[in-house]
Design a protein around this ligand. Structure first.
Ligand code: ADP
Ligand code: ADP
Length: 239
């Protein structure tokens, strides 16, 4: 069965602005799926509904056969440890170091104050260092987040998402703020790391050529509806 199944999902903001209308698709374990579509199509809203950063208005989301929309707070927290999130603007804590930002990805810790690193076990710190090593950041684990380049920040964003051993990553325009070279580095790491760890990826992109290059499958969204769902091979960047 599918890792993720979305059935007839609807999201309405306010009275008559429908951001998503009857969206259905499924994602298999280990797939790398891109969601593409113009600005305002509903891509970001869709990803946010999947881990309930926002609540959908109707329909059904099943993740590992759990009904995500029906979960109580505590169960939802458990499910969220299996779903990592990566953002366009990285969402790092500027004054914290690379390794502290990475450890921040461990949910359920009281890690909001200075000296955050003291809250974590030796094993957790070793794991963070190991992930940062894989992402080529081993030279800068004590550097402050605000001293990094955009591409380096996004690699920390990936590390923070990976530290909980998620089964799925939701990436909302992860390369939209990066120059083409840094974007390629990020996509290469994302592809390599998730393939190695067997992690399923859903990534919002607005560059069709990037989606075609990296994805097993592409879902096209326009005006809140699925307008394409198929292999990346049949598409060209003109479609
Ligand atoms: P995309 O990610 O494809 O650019 P979004 O999901 O951000 O699209 O937006 C889809 C639609 O939903 C847009 O019309 C947007 O203005 C609207 N929208 C998104 N978030 C909100 C919100 N919090 N309140 C009201 N409307 C919203
Ligand atoms: P980004 O592309 O960086 O996500 P957006 O402009 O799409 O930036 O959205 C920024 C924030 O504003 C999001 O929290 C989104 O939900 C909210 N938002 C987007 N469109 C609307 C809208 N029409 N009304 C109210 N909030 C919105």
């Amino acid at each position: 069965t599918a890792l993720l199944e979305v059935n007839h999902l609807t999201k309405q903001f306010g009275k008559d602005s429908k951001a998503l209308t009857d969206v259905s698709f499924s994602v298999q374990e280990g797939e790398f799926v891109s969601i593409i579509g113009p600005s305002g199509a509903g891509k970001s809203t869709l990803l946010r509904c999947l881990n309930r950063m926002i609540d959908a208005t109707g329909g059904e989301i099943r993740f590992q056969d759990l009904h995500v929309m029906d979960l109580k707070k505590k169960e939802l927290k458990q499910v969220r440890t299996k779903i990592g999130m990566i953002f366009q603007h990285y969402n790092l804590v500027n004054r914290l170091s690379v390794i502290e930002n990475t450890l921040h990805g461990i949910l359920g810790t009281k890690s909001t104050l200075a000296g955050v690193i003291g809250y974590y076990s030796k094993e957790e710190k070793q794991q963070a260092a190991q992930i940062l090593n894989v992402l080529g950041l081993n030279e800068m684990i004590y550097k402050r987040a605000d001293q990094l380049s955009g591409g380096q920040k996004q690699r920390v964003g990936i590390a923070r998402a990976l530290i909980q051993n998620p089964r799925m990553l939701l990436c909302d325009e992860p390369i939209a703020s990066l120059d083409p070279n840094s974007a390629k580095v990020i996509m290469d790491y994302l592809k390599k790391v998730t393939a190695t760890m067997g992690i399923t990826v859903i990534v919002n992109l607005h560059q069709v050529d990037v989606a075609i290059k990296y994805s097993d499958r592409i879902i096209g969204i326009n005006k809140g509806q699925v307008v394409y769902n198929g292999s990346a091979k049949g598409l060209t960047s003109e479609d």
